[in-house]
Write a protein that binds this ligand. Structure first.
Ligand code: ADP
Ligand code: MG
Ligand code: MG
Length: 884
């Protein structure tokens, strides 16, 4: 028969820290501390497997469990010298829950279990302290009724309140024995009335009631939603720990408290904690009384005496123990302790939760203290924490009124006056006003408005909508797809469940949580300090995959380099076409009827493109730059308004009617699958020729005049067949060679392609025979593999994620099973015909942690993501290497 109950006590435990999966974090920690010889009250832990069994067998226990529990209880009785349920010398226990990871939402701990009308008399006789005994009893009834019997706690609160008022005292601990005794009988009365049966007096029934409640809480709505949000599996189960009580509420020589071995918010190496004299269990955390600081370092007000002062001997002991625990666990610990009559007991230890900056600092300090290795330090900080560090975030101390929630599209937080158009955003920003741009959705024309705004809020669109992608690129907070807000452009306002927000009203968005908040919430700025710098050095030393950035302006490139990018993996050229002073020439090119007309228009664009590339190459100082030739459907550039059409017609000496007809003829029903990418290059070879000339001339110019090393990588988008690529590559190559011959220099350029159409992945061996690199355009690849429009999926995708059809938004986290399979095929086939093929990813997924790990496993040369995510990707890539 397999073992289901593991005891601990008197310096010996059957379990240990390594049995965390079986005993839960709490049970494993108690076992470990016991084995270390620390003062831990004895007890036993029922394994998580019993929980799994419980749910597999219609909430039934495995046979023999009862006997095992009784046996373990006998052992605890022997150690403590009391008997569970004995009316002279009763043993009291706590019943505690504990999953592998600490999990809010699980059952609250029940203390003082084993008390009844009979045993309370025994406790009084033993302690000679009726006040204490009745206080323990009334706490027990309160907790048990709330947690196990599901009687609403407000009944008890109301009675307590009444009792305090009747006795004319402010605090519970000032109530007399007699008051508490009366409360006990009132509490029992409530339970009878509310549940229809008397409060259970049999200690064994109490015990099994509590055990059942712990297992039951694993499937509580709170626990289920916590697991869903944090992606924890259901089959973990929770353990139950039953432990002999020690009492922090037996008088002023008793106390209970919590402590951190280092400062959890700054990471500073100093002992930090709080305690309450004459109190029990959760009193410290519950905030009923203001706790005292354990030492001067923990104090922010001087009036409350420290533990160091009140309990000098115990404090000395605690100091010794925390140092020992930290050394043993080699991580910052969060410790719970109780002092009973000047004797210290430890009740819990775990790796302490910490802020992002504390995580980095503690990791770095611990390496310097030789407690952990550099590799361990790299694994101690999560990519999400690095992300948090680099963006401003809302001050957690300030209360906030959340009015709606959208998708957390781009992290960071910002407040500003609401505006509904890009023009308004720009003009307000010019006056120095902070604004938030609120739109149904954004389009390429909103770029400068987005640039002027502090943050972007959209009602439509998903994680890869225009607003989301551009905001991430700019490092600006964005909440997208916030369907709860109703925007009325005419009235210049939006409404959400009765609240109306008008133009000029101040709103705050949190792009990390997706929250939209009424009014101004101050933010805390991130800072890059010596610890961060040191940490990232270790990160880079472990990383084998390159981290590049998606950047299309010299400023993007600069930011990318500052964040440690080693190249540009995607420089989109269409944005270069949208600028105000260029768009006319671009339109002229599009509506051209003849090749000559088109070339004339292109020659106006050419010098501007070349200057763009010069500036970006210069910024990247010799690092590789991947330039994607023009991709979007042409109609996106076309004039919309009558005024715009007339301007263009005037310029071209055409009638507005004729021009309108031409524009109509260019319209497509399904532009994302239409005349875009390399198809434009096939139809109008002059466009790619012009772009190639601009790239190579820019490179030659810099090399000749400034002695630069430059590696342009020319990327052809939207390839589906080798014939397309073959044709275009020939064309591009002729232009390149012509320019190099003219300047009589050599430039190490590459011509490659984006793999973004499923067919291209399937015939990757053919394409790789001619392509010098592959870059996976996972946005389009996802869209086409899943048959899911990234611009429209926002309407139903959240429901798909809610129902578990997709575990995550496939535009945010790569669908490894489907899209990932195509990528794997493409890598394998591509390397077969071209073993040294350079492989990267440039879709939005390039910045996602799990996707980065996936790319690492496939042997990618680099990932490319938005500049602000580069440090996150660097860490994810390093961790992927270490985990392999
Ligand atoms: P949580 O998971 O919420 O931390 P715990 O099981 O740690 O819950 O218990 C809550 C509080 O009760 C803690 O402050 C703990 O120290 C206290 N406590 C638990 N068991 C005992 C016990 N046997 N004796 C005294 N205090 C206890
Ligand atoms: Mg605890
Ligand atoms: Mg694409």
């Amino acid at each position: 028969m397999e073992k289901r109950v593991y005891t601990f006590g008197e310096g010996k435990a059957e379990g240990s820290q390594s049995m965390k999966n079986l005993l839960g974090g709490k049970g494993a920690g108690l076992a470990e501390m016991t084995n270390l010889g620390l003062p831990v009250p004895p007890g036993f832990t029922i394994t998580t497997e019993v929980c799994t069994h419980y749910y597999k067998n219609g909430k039934g226990y495995p046979s023999g469990l009862e006997a095992e529990v009784s046996q373990a209880m006998r052992r605890v009785e022997q150690i403590v010298g009391c008997k569970f349920g004995d009316h002279d010398n009763p043993l009291l226990v706590s019943v505690r829950s504990g999953a592998r990871a600490s999990m809010p939402g699980m059952m609250d701990t029940i203390l003082n279990l084993g008390l009844n009308d009979d045993t309370v008399q025994g406790l009084i006789r033993r302690t000679k302290d009726a006040r204490f005994a009745y206080d323990a009893y009334r706490r027990f009834i309160q907790m048990y009724s709330d947690v196990v019997l599901e009687v609403s706690p407000h009944h008890f609160e109301a009675l307590l309140d009444q009792a305090r008022r009747k006795s004319g005292v402010k605090n519970d601990y000032e109530l007399k024995a007699e008051d508490l005794k009366n409360l006990v009988s009132d509490f029992k009365q409530v339970v009878s009335e509310e549940t229809g049966s008397p409060f259970p007096m049999d200690p064994n029934a109490q015990l099994w009631g509590a055990i059942g409640a712990v297992f039951g809480s694993w499937m509580s709505a709170r626990a289920i939603s916590y697991r869903r949000i944090n992606k924890l599996p259901e089959d973990w189960g929770t353990a139950v720990t039953v432990q002999a009580m020690v009492f922090g509420n037996m008088g002023m020589d008793c106390a209970t408290g919590v402590a951190f071995t280092r400062d959890p918010s700054s990471g500073e190496k100093r002992f930090f904690g709080e305690f309450l004299p004459n109190a029990q269990g959760e009193d410290v955390v519950a905030g009923i009384r203001t706790p005292n600081p354990i030492n001067k370092d923990s104090s922010n007000h001087d009036d409350l005496p420290t533990m160091e002062k009140l309990f000098p001997k115990v404090y000395g002991e605690l100091t010794h123990l925390y140092q020992m625990l930290e050394k043993h666990y080699r991580d910052m610990q969060d410790i719970e302790f109780t002092v009973q009559k000047e004797k210290l007991y430890l009740l819990q230890t775990r790796n302490g939760k910490r802020t992002a900056s504390a995580a980095v600092r503690i990791a770095v300090d611990m390496v310097k203290e030789k407690l952990i290795t550099e590799e361990e330090a790299v694994l101690r900080v999560t990519p999400a924490q690095i992300e948090q560090l680099l963006h401003p975030r809302l001050d957690p101390r300030v209360p906030k009124k959340v009015i709606a929630k959208g998708l957390p599209a781009s992290p960071g937080a910002a407040s500003g006056e609401v505006v509904f158009s890009s023009e308004d955003a720009e003009s307000a920003a010019k006056l120095g006003t902070n604004v938030l741009l609120v739109r149904h959705e954004t389009s390429p024309e909103d770029i400068s408005g987005m640039d002027a705004a502090k943050g972007i809020l959209t009602a439509l669109g998903g994680m890869t909508s225009h607003a989301a992608v551009v905001a991430r690129g700019m490092g600006k907070p964005c909440v997208a797809g916030c369907s709860a807000i109703n925007i009325d452009y005419k009235k210049q306002q939006f409404s959400v469940e009765g609240t109306v927000v008008k133009k000029g009203d101040v709103v705050t968005i949190d792009g990390a949580s997706g929250e939209v908040i009424l009014g101004h919430v101050p933010t805390i700025n991130s800072q890059v300090d010596q610890y961060f710098t040191q940490f990232m050095k270790w990160v880079d030393a472990r990383r084998t995959m390159g981290v590049w950035a998606n950047a299309e302006t010299p400023n993007d490139a600069k930011v990318a380099r500052q964040f440690g990018a080693e190249g540009i993996g995607l420089c989109r050229t269409e944005h270069m076409f949208f600028e105000e002073n260029r768009i006319l020439a671009v339109r002229e090119m599009i509506v051209a009827d003849t090749k000559a007309q088109r070339e004339a228009a292109l020659s106006k664009i050419y010098p501007m493109q070349k200057d763009d590339f010069v500036a970006i190459f210069r910024e990247m100082k010799g690092l590789p730059v991947t330039i994607r030739l023009l991709d979007p459907p042409l109609h996106e550039f076309l004039p919309h308004t009558e005024g715009e059409i007339e301007t263009l017609a005037g310029l071209l000496n055409k009638s507005a009617d004729m021009l309108s007809a031409k524009i109509r003829s260019l319209r497509e029903l399904n532009p994302m699958l239409g005349h875009r990418g390399c198809r434009l290059g096939v139809s109008f070879p002059e466009i790619y020729q012009m772009q190639t000339r601009a790239i190579m001339e820019a490179a030659c110019e810099l090399i000749l005049s400034e002695d630069y090393h430059i590696e342009p990588e020319i990327m052809v988008p939207f390839i589906a067949t080798i014939e397309e690529f073959h044709l275009l590559k020939q064309d591009i190559k002729i232009v390149c060679e012509e320019i190099l011959a003219k300047h009589k220099i050599k430039v190490p350029y590459k011509i490659g392609t984006m793999i973004e159409i499923p067919r291209a992945a399937l015939v990757a061996d053919q394409i790789a025979a001619e392509a010098e690199f592959f870059s996976f355009g996972t946005n389009d690849l996802t869209q086409m593999t899943l048959g899911l429009s990234r611009d429209d999926a926002g309407m139903f995708l959240p429901r798909y994620v809610e129902k578990g059809i997709y575990r995550q938004d496939p535009f945010a986290v790569l669908d490894q099973e489907g899209v990932g399979q195509l990528i794997r095929i493409a890598c394998e086939k591509g390397r077969k015909t071209h073993p040294k093929l350079k492989i990267g990813i440039c879709g939005e997924h390039g910045g996602d942690t799990t996707t980065i790990e996936f790319c690492h496993r496939l042997g990618f040369n680099y990932v490319s993501c938005s500049p602000f995510r580069v440090p996150v990707a660097r860490l994810a890539a390093a961790q992927a290497t270490l985990k392999k």
